[in-house]
Design a protein around this ligand. Structure first.
Ligand code: MLT
Length: 272
């Protein structure tokens, strides 16, 4: 059964009604605040919105968002669609980083009318290999058993590129505090959801709107070849490779991301 719970929707910026809003989807194990640096630099008059995915930030748990069904990225995408439509948004330029990218691709498949433009940052369209899937299920069990987020705290450094791990203590500290703010139940639910997500490369091939792929050249979690694979599937996508940045291009190189998103928005025709 699909639930009717809505996610927390954050209005970063109200916008001109004629411009298609920008909808930002965060990565794991974080919440919408990872977009703050990019939003500060975004030019233009369009609305800028972000959601917290199920179990993260101010959003209800996955078990409330999709009661009586197993965790899935599909359920997370349906909850995003339900939330923004309830706020009067029928079309958006959807930008997702990593986990947010998985949800964005599920939106393209399940709610194609909603996606006027697509930005995929530091993510991949392929499914997990067996070892990665098993690791996710192990982490889900560990955080539930320990009732703590410690099993994913190491991501405060592994999310960053090699150039920034030692040099950007400010980012390491921010990531740690954002990770500590999340609940262990949200982490377990979304790990199980990511573990069963399908390969969505063909969904990208079928997408015919403007698209952008961004990748940090030092991203070890969703490497450059994963970005090239998505850009090739999309066909008319712009591929931006960001030097000296890892998985968190939004925070390691916010200027590059803001400028690429601004260009994508210019490619999306205004409403009406
Ligand atoms: C993320 O940044 O959202 C994660 O790396 C996604 C994943 O675990 O695949």
């Amino acid at each position: 059964m699909t639930g009717d719970a809505r996610l927390a929707l954050h209005v970063y910026r109200e916008g001109d009604d004629r411009e298609v809003p920008l909808l930002l989807l965060h990565g794991f194990p974080l919440d919408h605040r990872m977009w703050d640096d990019v939003v500060d630099l975004l030019p233009g008059d369009g609305a800028v919105l972000a959601v917290d995915l199920p179990g993260f930030g101010a959003s209800p748990a996955g078990s409330e968002v999709a009661p009586d069904e197993p965790a899935s990225i599909d359920a997370a995408a349906d909850a995003v669609a339900r939330t923004v439509r309830a706020a009067g948004v029928d079309r958006a330029v959807v930008a997702g980083l990593s986990l947010g990218g998985y949800v964005a691709m599920a939106l393209v498949e399940r709610h194609p009318d909603l996606v006027a433009g697509l930005a995929l940052l530091d993510t991949k369209s392929t499914a997990d290999a067996d070892a990665a899937r098993e690791n996710r299920l192990r982490i889900a069990e560990q955080v539930e058993a320990e009732q703590r987020v410690d099993a994913v705290l190491g991501m405060r450094t592994s999310l960053l590129g090699e150039s920034n791990r030692a040099r950007r203590q400010d980012l390491v500290s921010r990531l740690e505090s954002w990770i500590r703010d999340q609940g262990h139940d949200g982490i377990a639910w979304i790990q199980r959801a990511m573990a069963v997500r399908p390969d969505r490369t063909e969904v990208l091939t079928a997408f015919d709107g403007p698209a952008l792929v961004v990748v940090g050249e030092e991203d070890e979690l969703s490497p450059v070849d994963a970005a090239e694979h998505m850009a090739a599937a999309l066909g008319r996508a712009t591929l931006v490779r960001v030097p000296r940045a890892g998985h968190m291009t939004t925070n390691e190189a916010p200027e590059a991301v803001a400028s690429a998103l601004a260009q994508l928005r210019r490619e999306v025709p205004p409403i009406g």
